[in-house]
Design a protein around this ligand. Structure first.
Ligand code: C5P
Length: 217
């Protein structure tokens, strides 16, 4: 029996950092499902087409190239916005659902060839749609201001000349699209542990998560 951890929450709440640490701690394969939506969004943008255009987005999702998952362009703010547009299209979500479920059912081996103990997937609908039977569900959130400040700091550290008001606005737009879409909107599963990271360090979030997980295992 392999362990599945479902980790959901809005942008810049600290999901990725926590997921990587939990994957290392419990020896789990890690899938950042946001990267799939980002890759689809960027593939459509590169054709000069609006990512909200359904037929182009569905075609890109159905022929998604794994090499795009490592492309730096998917990490840009434009990539995030494009991701949330393609993510609102039900047929795009359907095309990516099988991919995510296959990963959870048969996690790839580690680079040293060792079998993994299971998988951790992070995203917006892992606990509600992709892996509703996961024994462990975490919902990582934080106030809009805390998340925008973190993203702003990250961009500044990368040397990207960011404007705080713009970062905040982008995040508000993306949250609204993710929460209001008709299919698989961002919401905590009723059986998820909700952690508000607004005033927590990454270490405190990790400690709270492993205390909870170890009680269930
Ligand atoms: O997590 P990340 O910010 O990289 O996700 C980018 C976008 O992809 C999100 O804003 C959301 O619209 C979409 N997404 C989704 N479902 C997931 C993961 C990401 O709709 N499971």
């Amino acid at each position: 029996m392999s362990l599945i951890i479902a980790l959901d929450g809005p942008a810049a709440a600290g999901k990725g950092t926590l997921a990587r640490r939990l994957a290392g701690h419990y020896r789990l394969a890690y899938l950042d499902t946001g990267a799939l939506y980002r890759a689809v969004g960027v593939a459509v943008m590169r054709q000069g087409i609006d990512p909200a255009q359904e037929s182009a987005a569905v075609a890109a999702a159905e022929s998604l190239s794994p090499s795009l998952l490592n492309d730096p362009e998917i990490r840009t703010e434009a990539g995030g916005q494009a991701a949330s547009k393609v993510a609102a299209i039900p047929a795009v979500r359907a095309a990516l659902l099988d991919w995510q479920r296959r990963f959870a059912a048969q996690p790839p081996a580690a680079t040293d060839g060792q079998a993994m103990a299971g998988a951790i997937l992070d995203g917006r609908d892992i606990g509600t749609v992709v892996c509703p039977d996961a024994p462990i569900k975490l919902f990582i959130t934080a106030s809009m201001e805390a998340r925008a400040q973190r993203r702003f700091k990250e961009l500044q550290e990368k040397g990207a000349g960011a404007i705080y008001a713009r970062v905040l606005q982008d995040m508000q737009e993306r949250d609204a699209r993710d929460q209001e879409r008709a299919v698989a909107p961002l919401t905590a599963a009723p059986d998820a542990l909700v952690i508000d990271t607004s005033a927590m360090t990454a270490d405190e979030v990790f400690d709270q998560a492993i205390t909870y997980i170890d009680r269930i295992l």
